[in-house]
Ligand binder design. Structure first.
Ligand SMILES: [Fe+2]
Length: 314
């Protein structure tokens, strides 16, 4: 067994208290911890590990790292060898280096984003418990997001200079971490340039996505909701809290998810993503979107990409 699922994302924020208010009262995450350096840790009510979001004070927005959880501690030894054999520098950090986690592997994706893999972390349980659980807990705030679902990372893409870090990162996570390529966007002459990819380790359409852009960065992290009605309600929550909405409720062609995009107070893009999309399996054929249908793939209803969606990211 290799990577099991996304574990947490560590976001840089310019005002930790404002960010905590956003992730707690707008997203509806539950604060579970604050460390000695002032980093704030939160989890979704439907998550059982101690945290899935870490907010770190910084003078600029963006993502410090993303971490994925593997099933067994011994998997880390296997993966460390595979990462090193692929030619990627990897080191091991001791238990506690990642707050409340066991030992972890640290390396950079070919895109330059920092990733950790860990097997052990503190268990706190779902808000509804494990004995005769209610379908949802009382007292949910804001969106009442269930869990951190995925991240989308912007990777440098400059075909004229022969730079395609989407393709390089995609190949790395497929060949070394056993992610399955689920959907891709192919552009350029003969549709030969892999400009965006969606990959999974679970049975959802994606646990990570890479999209090409002028520079590397953080596009968004997404939180799971049940259904379309929840996405509409979330838009109400955004308006109520005067949160800047990037894209009003829509359906994605790619992944088929129902979506709304908005920004945290530091300008990091968030998404709430509803619906299963579809079930992915190891033998499912890869879905390809062509350049002329790219906008339809992203926003299925309007078929139009707003300029800021692909150019504004942290
Ligand atoms: Fe997303």
């Amino acid at each position: 067994m290799s990577v099991m699922r996304i574990g947490h994302v560590n976001l840089r924020v310019m005002d930790v208290e404002a960010a905590r208010h956003h992730y707690e009262n707008v997203l509806g995450l539950i604060p579970t911890h604050q460390d000695a350096s002032g980093n704030v840790y939160l989890k979704g009510w439907d998550e059982w590990d101690k945290y899935s979001v870490v907010l770190s004070q910084s003078d600029r927005a963006g993502m410090n790292h993303v971490a994925y959880k593997v099933e067994h501690d011994a998997d880390l030894d296997v993966l460390k060898r595979r990462i090193a054999d692929y030619g990627v520098e990897v080191d091991e950090v001791p238990p506690g280096y990642l707050e409340c986690c066991g030992r972890a592997l640290r390396f950079q994706l070919p895109s330059g984003h920092q990733m950790y893999l860990y097997a052990e972390t503190e268990y706190v349980g779902k808000a509804v418990g494990t004995t005769n659980p209610a379908p949802w807990p009382d007292g949910l705030k804001g969106c009442g997001a269930h869990w951190l679902d995925h991240v989308l990372l912007m990777c440098e893409l400059n075909p004229e200079q022969g730079i395609n870090k989407v393709a390089k990162s995609t190949a790395f996570v497929r060949e070394v971490l056993d992610f399955r390529l689920v959907e891709q966007v192919m552009v350029g002459p003969d549709q030969s340039i892999q400009a965006a990819t969606w990959l999974a380790r679970t049975t959802t359409p994606h646990d990570i996505a890479f999209v090409g852009g002028p520079r590397m960065g953080f596009h968004h992290c997404a939180f799971f909701l049940d259904e379309w009605g929840d996405v509409l309600k979330v838009a109400d929550v955004m308006a109520k809290h005067h949160v800047k909405i990037d894209v009003t409720p829509q359906r994605h062609g790619i992944t088929r998810g129902y979506t709304i995009y908005f920004f945290d107070p530091s300008g990091n893009r968030n998404e709430t993503f509803a619906g299963l999309g579809y079930l992915t399996q190891p033998d499912m054929p890869v879905i390809t979107w062509t350049e002329d249908q790219l906008a339809r793939g992203i926003f299925y209803h309007s078929g139009e990409l707003n300029e800021a969606f692909t150019s504004v990211y942290t």
